[in-house]
Write a protein of this length. Structure first.
Length: 245
């Protein structure tokens, strides 16, 4: 268990949340917040977060969908412990549960087609690709260890109802792979949005919404989401995502 001195306490004021995070370990980025906004959660009653980290998406979604019960899966024991602390710190113990379990094992815990929404911010890098971080938490968050992209999609497909949605954020290098794998698993791609740090910069990540049980859909390619208008200022949209203003 991390000592309090090894943690920071950060505020997500738009959602009235306080989050404990490790000073030196993996800390959440903008990506899970962008994904929560992209998901447009609100009326769902059952949501699953695959790979929750410190619990940021599970807790934000609990605020966005006031009637929802959220189940979060996380394979890293230290992250699970931190998520449990964050759940209690924010008074959401009756609506958010975290399971110390790999996404490969979701079938052991939840029935098929039982969720309205599945979200995931999976590791972006394939196992063995790129520089490996020596910190276990950062390694698991950034590089696939046990489960790959196909496994995350398969777990999400198992969990989501035919009328439900799957929302993911991933690295542009994996977009072609995701599209091929989605087609292989008979998942329809509904929406796609690229995220750029600056107007003239290449995309940093993409946001995608998928569903199962639809044979024919028209893919909606949304306008790009710009994080900053220049090197010093967030765009109005990003400010709204973070602060609600």
């Amino acid at each position: 268990m991390l000592a309090r001195a090894d943690l920071t306490q950060d505020e997500l004021k738009r959602f009235g949340l306080t989050l404990l995070q490790p000073r030196q370990g993996y800390r959440f980025t903008l990506d899970p917040l962008l994904l929560c906004d992209f998901s447009a959660a609100g009326e769902e009653t059952s949501i699953v977060d695959l790979g929750t980290g410190c619990g940021v998406m599970a807790l934000v979604l609990a605020r966005m969908a006031a009637a929802a019960h959220i189940t979060a899966f996380e394979q890293d024991a230290a992250a699970v412990e931190l998520t449990q602390q964050n759940i209690l710190l924010n008074g959401l113990g009756d609506r958010v549960a975290v399971l110390h379990e790999d996404v490969l094992q979701v079938r052991r815990h939840l029935p098929v087609s039982s969720c309205d929404l599945v979200v995931s911010n999976p590791p972006y890098r394939k196992q063995g690709r790129g520089r490996l971080n020596p910190h276990p938490g950062k390694l698991a968050a950034r590089h696939e260890t046990t489960a790959g992209l196909a496994d995350f999609l398969a777990a999400a497909k198992y969990l989501v109802k035919p009328s439900g949605r799957i929302c993911m954020v991933h690295h542009p290098d994996r977009l072609a792979e995701l599209m091929v794998e989605a087609a292989s698993q008979k998942l329809a791609v509904l929406r796609l949005r690229m995220v750029h740090g600056l107007p003239a910069a290449p995309a940093k990540v993409f946001l995608v919404e998928l569903s199962k049980g639809r044979k024919s859909v028209n893919l909606q390619i949304m306008p790009p989401l710009l994080v900053r208008s220049d090197t010093d200022n967030y765009t109005d949209e990003l400010t709204h995502i973070l602060l609600g203003t």
